[in-house]
Structures are given as C-alpha cells and as structure tokens.
Design a protein around this ligand. Structure first.
Ligand code: DX5
Ligand code: ZN
Length: 231
C-alpha cells in the first residue's frame, strides 16, 4: 500500500519544508500535480519546482500531468527528477505515443482517467503501464468531495488486473481521506493520493500511518471474498 500526499495541499510558500515534512512523516511517494490552466482551470507549478525539491528526499516523485500538451513537458520533468509521470487518457489518439515517450525517458508510466470518461477507454493500455489513476474528483482543485460513483470503476480495473495477471499500481486521487481511502481499498486500490486530508494535519506522520494501516486492513479483509469469487 502506497500513501502519496499531494503537494497541492501544502503551503505554496514552503514547498521545500513541506517536502521534508512529508519525507520525515514516512510518506511512500510525493504526488506532484501539474496544471496548465488549459486541460484544467488552474495553474500549479513547473519542472523547476520539482528540480529544487529532488535533492531533499528519496521519496518517489509521482508527477500527475493535467496538461493539454504533455509532449512539451515530459523531458523537462524527467530531467527535473520525476520517477513516474501520468498523462490523461482524455488526450485520445496521442496516448500511445505519449506512453512510449515516457518509457523512453526511463521514467515509470502512468495513465489517468477523469470521472466523466468511460473506464473502457483505458483498457487497451493496461499492459503498457506501471500505474492506472482513477480520478475520484474532477481534476483542477484540491479539497473537493469524493465521487462515490467512481468505486465501480476501481473494481473494474482491479478485476482486469487480476484476470490478466498484471501488476500495475491502481491509484486513486481526489477527496481521499481516512474513510474514502478504506472504501477505495475495498474496491481494489493500492495507491492513495491525499492532499487536504493529510497536509492539513499537524501530525502528518500519524495521519499517514493511520491511513496505511486502515487500507492494509481493508485489503486483507477483502481477500477471502475475492478468493471465494474466483474459486
Ligand atoms: C486534483 C488533484 C489532486 C488533489 C487532491 O485535481 O489531481 O491530486 O491534490 O486533493 P484532495 O486530496 O484535497 O482532494
Ligand atoms: Zn493529482
């Protein structure tokens, strides 16, 4: 189980300090939301921010590109220190080339799907990716409520993964707190992005440990029913 605090919910004037705080709090990954003011109606930060944060921690840098033209950003973010880069399936016919480009840069490959987009759109790519991100809010802003209707999508992706013997991460992002993380874990998610619910805590380490423990427990509790279903 991977807990990935989202820097979008940190203090924008103190990214270095907040990154060290997440690292000391034993976050597994740091989620970095890149917004271009076009694919989503908000702007966040660029490769230079990633570059200056890179030496501060060994955490995996999980770069989520909510951008209309990721092709111009892949190399700069790879050079800046991204370990994993996620592009959106909504980019349509450009997706195969973008996934290939990310791989060619020596970075792990992620694919994201927005709430209104049918989950069938990601199916052709499942054997080409290291991570599938099911958005559980419409991207653009932190602090939005979790969309319950996304749970069946997570279940569907988890079923495909199981049936095909694949092992990509199944990540959820948006409105993830201690309660919704457990619901997603029961549906099959293993990687949990959480902004507001984690960075808002004074005791970040405690909140991360609690989330990791409860999603691990939820997944273990679900294991027998999965076995029953498939046997
Ligand atoms: C939403 C971003 C998320 C965001 C999540 O567009 O992709 O990563 O930071 O924030 P919370 O956890 O506050 O919903
Ligand atoms: Zn994100």
């Amino acid at each position: 189980m991977i807990i990935a605090p989202s820097l979008l919910a940190a203090n924008f004037g103190q990214f270095a300090k907040e990154t060290v705080r997440a690292s000391k709090a034993k976050a597994d990954w740091l989620h970095l939301d890149i917004m271009d003011g076009h694919f989503v109606p908000n702007i966040s930060f660029g490769p230079e921010v990633v570059r200056v944060l890179r030496p501060l921690t060994k955490m995996t840098f999980d770069v989520h590109l909510m951008c209309s033209k990721p092709e111009i950003l892949l190399e700069p973010f790879a050079k800046a220190g991204a370990d994993l880069m996620t592009i959106h399936v909504e980019l349509g016919e450009r997706v195969p080339q973008l996934l290939w480009k990310i791989r060619s840069l020596g970075v792990k490959v992620g694919l994201a799907v927005n709430p209104p987009t049918a989950i069938a759109n990601v199916e052709p790519y499942l054997n080409q990716i290291d991570l599938l991100l099911v958005m559980t809010v419409n991207p653009g802003f932190g602090g939005q409520p979790f969309i319950q209707e996304m749970l069946p999508k997570i279940q569907q992706v988890a079923a495909w993964r199981r049936e095909r013997g694949l092992n990509f991460h199944l990540e959820v992002d948006g409105g993830i707190n201690q309660k919704t993380a457990v619901e997603c874990a029961r549906a099959g998610a293993d990687t949990f992005v959480s902004g507001t619910a984690l960075f808002g805590q004074r005791q970040l380490g405690r909140a991360i440990t609690k989330m990791r423990e409860s999603v691990t427990r939820a997944a273990v509790d679900m294991a027998p029913s999965v076995l029953t279903l498939t046997s």
